[in-house]
Design a binder for this molecule. Structure first.
Ligand code: H2B
Length: 95
């Protein structure tokens, strides 16, 4: 899928449709909380397979039942792109 940097309007529109997501340090950010470590891991595996299919990979960190996610597009100088929004949507769908 072609990737392009989002302009301010596109970014705002995307955020309107992504519950709990914000822009932090120039990246699309959300902290997910699960009922258990196993559920967090299961979600991460599902998302990892979807991310690899997209050829677009998250920066994320797991501690017990929490997963902190930061999405940016390295190939565009760490800008937020349409692919970051697609990956964020896939993360929401995988919950
Ligand atoms: N993931 C993210 N988040 N940003 C990228 O620019 C990116 C990626 N580029 N995954 C992909 C891999 C690129 O390196 C490969 C060669 O397509």
């Amino acid at each position: 899928m072609a990737r392009h940097k989002l302009n301010d309007e596109e970014l705002q529109q995307a955020l309107n449709g992504l519950s709990g997501w914000s822009v932090q340090d120039g990246k699309l950010h959300k902290e997910f909380k699960f009922a258990s470590f196993a559920q967090a891991m299961g979600w991460m595996v599902t998302v990892a397979l979807a991310a690899d299919k997209l050829d677009h990979h998250p920066e994320w960190c797991n501690v017990y039942n929490r997963v902190t996610v930061d999405l940016a597009t390295h190939d565009l100088g760490n800008a937020i792109s349409n692919l970051d929004v697609t990956l964020a949507q896939k993360m929401e769908e995988a919950i």
